[in-house]
Write a protein that binds this ligand. Structure first.
Ligand SMILES: *[C@@H]1O[C@H](CO)[C@@H](O)[C@H](O)[C@H]1NC(C)=O
Ligand SMILES: *[C@@H]1O[C@H](CO)[C@@H](O)[C@H](O)[C@H]1NC(C)=O
Length: 248
């Protein structure tokens, strides 16, 4: 009887762990905003998703739902059903904003949640990136700068896929190299971008992570030089025209 219960318990714990995947701890600066991605399983595509605030699962209260926007605008949520990722954004962070759950609503059953913690500081966060959303171009490379507070081992991971530790590796066939520039900047370079590389990644050091959204698109055809050559008298600026023709 007891063994039966333990098996049941283990099963539900394991099930809970695999249903939603997100970061576990993010360091953020008070007054700023943060976006957190939550990956869910395909059976939840049409379910309502929400952000729940509070340390304890049974007593957390919802901050925003995909079908109930937050009137104050502090919290927002969007659901990318194609990628099976919903993203929650919390603005104007204060030291009260520390404990959250990414949740999928289950009709006629307990909802399914995954905890994450925000460590809000008035100083520089212990791990941060310059921008949480970055744009890369198909066929080109992109370099992301992660700023750790100490020089521990850095990891670069794709949400729900694998991580690259050490100086090089690959994620979904794209080569990733990491490089410790100086004690407070690590760079991650992804080579030969394809549109499938678009998605959520994170940089981590120790138990802290910072999510980054990479958007890989076609490179815009017109460069600044082309705009300039249109403004100026075109005939006098053949060099600019040549630059445009070369697509540089
Ligand atoms: C940010 O939060 C603080 C503390 O809750 C509040 O006093 C302030 O008005 C908020 N600022 C904005 C722009 O919402
Ligand atoms: C990615 O960039 C393209 C081109 O700028 C834009 O149209 C698209 O909305 C972006 N996608 C996301 C998810 O931000």
């Amino acid at each position: 009887m007891a063994a039966h219960l333990i098996v049941l318990l283990l099963f539900s714990v394991l099930k809970g762990v695999h249903s939603i995947t997100t970061v576990s701890k993010v360091s953020v600066e008070a007054g700023k905003s943060i976006s957190i991605p939550c990956l869910y399983e395909s059976q939840y595509i049409d379910h309502v998703k929400y952000l729940c605030e509070g340390h304890i699962w049974s007593s957390c209260s919802y901050a925003v739902k995909t079908n109930k926007p937050d009137p104050s605008g502090k919290y927002s949520i969007s659901d990318d059903k194609k990628e099976q990722i919903f993203t929650v954004t919390i603005k104007n962070l204060t030291n009260q904003n520390t404990d959250y759950w990414c949740v999928v609503e289950i009709n006629n059953g307990p909802d399914c949640g995954q905890y994450f913690q925000l460590s809000v500081t008035s100083d520089t966060p212990s791990l941060y990136v310059d921008h949480q959303k970055i744009t890369g171009y198909i066929g080109e490379n992109i370099t992301i700068r992660c700023h750790p507070s100490n020089s521990g081992e850095m990891k670069w991971c794709r949400l729900g896929r694998n991580c690259v530790t050490g100086s090089s590796g690959s994620i979904d066939g794209t080569t990733v190299t990491t490089h410790m520039r100086d004690p407070d900047v690590s760079t991650v370079t992804m080579t030969g971008l394809r549109s499938e590389d678009s998605g959520w990644y994170w940089c981590s050091e120790g138990d802290i992570q910072i999510p980054v959204y990479l958007n890989v698109t076609e490179k815009p055809i017109k460069s600044e030089y082309c705009k300039l050559s249109k403004i100026l008298h075109v005939n006098e600026f053949n060099t600019f025209i040549n630059i445009c023709t070369l697509g540089l």
